[in-house]
Design a protein around this ligand. Sequence first.
Ligand code: TXE
Length: 481
Amino acid sequence: MMQQVLNYIGGKLGPAAGGQWLEGHAPGEGRVFTHIADSDRQDVDRAVEAATQALPGWMALGRKRRHDALMRVADLVERDLALFAAAESRDNGKPLHLAMEVDVPRAIANLRFFATAILHWESEAHLTDDEAVNYTDRQAVGVAGCISPWNLPLYLFTWKVAPALATGCTVVAKPSELTPLTTHMLAERCIEAGFPPGVLNIVQGTGPKVGAAITEHPAIPAISFTGGTATGARIAATAAPMFKKLSLELGGKNAVLVFADCDFEEMLKETVRSSFSNQGQICLCGSRILVERSLYPRFRAAFVERVKALRVGDPGEQSTDIGAVVSEAHLNKVLSHVALAKEEGGTLLCGGDQVRLGGPLAQGWYMAPTVIEGLGPGCRTNQEEIFGPVVTIQPFDTEEEALQAANGTRYGLASVLWTADGRRMHRMARQLKSGIVWVNCWMLRDLRTPFGGMKHSGVGREGGREALRFFTEPRNVCIKL
Ligand code: TXE
């Protein structure tokens, strides 16, 4: 019997109204292991209706009881952490230890962080001399639409849904059809926790059917989306004339800038991680590594040696560094980028190919971690998001040259800077055109900080107060004294 991934609408789990199913694959095995409700507009309509009905009650419940409800769900996910991690690893192909240590703990942290944040959130007041007092009343924006991707499935799903729910919004959410299993499990925990029906609704299915229906729905005034830049542009084109609030977290082509004065060992260890964590499928991964020329030969030799030593293998094994990429189509896309890099004159220092494992994993979608050199900053390989285990390395001579290369793409999500020079840290951090700058670290996260990108990497910021503001509508009340 296949595991079924169902819709969660009005507090109940069920199939799509049209009775259709999608096949869900385990990337590590390259075979179907779930059947996913293939929903359409009717299901979205039902979900919006349930969310609309639940909205006044959820808002009126107040912050403390919304906090309690979210904390109960978080506790149940924590109780079942190992089950969630196993499901996430199987559904996505990521190493189980990564799901155990990063994905699921962070999903729990998202729920707890926003449940608590809302208790401590304050609003502004403005005294207009002796004439008037103004205060800002922030109320939930209404039914929020949340659309999330496949790379960090439960982690990014809860990153959107938790602040929406904490502020008093009710939600119609759609996880990626490639990795929906843990959201089904979350729905089961919501039922067990006695979460009020209709407050969170999860509609399973494809982007063009379910995602588009959420985006177009007139009763959803705010859309929070994480995914590809092209999809983000489509969503914006639909939502803008309807004057919806939009938060778009899109692609990246992040630069890592390595100066010769850095702590070499720390930089090396973290740069391997920022390149290949989650098979390079994190929007924050550094895919263009720029190295000061005097350090370049040493870096090149040591980095390639470390990358060659990474173990591509069974996602379930503790010793595995690199699991499977998310789908066959995505593997082919990443491989086509490697072919393009060769056409553009790049040299493969390691990797470049699909990896065939044995036994039950023989049909899985594995790829060797790949390092390419010999390409300038303007070529397609250094301009287009690959979103797989592929990085380029390039030498630079001056700070200006490094900055120009780092900023010279249409993206602006994150940058990573490695240097021991304090003045350079501040100087460069101010000039890097990205929403996030990490100095001497990578993926060190504080959930209170603004999170998001510039340029084609997105619009708006998530995290902390930014997320609470997004899901609320500020209203100024002016009282004459
Ligand atoms: O993402 P999509 P895809 C990048 C990465 C990747 C590329 C495409 O480069 O190769 O995007 O990936 C839903 N209306 N990132 O095609 O399609 C979809 O069902 C509304 C970066 O898998 O953008 C899923 O739930 N929704 C990224 C979500 O959008 C639609 C993470 C994301 O899928 C829709 C993932 C539509 N018309 C990919 N079409 C990051 N920033 O972390 C699709 N969707």
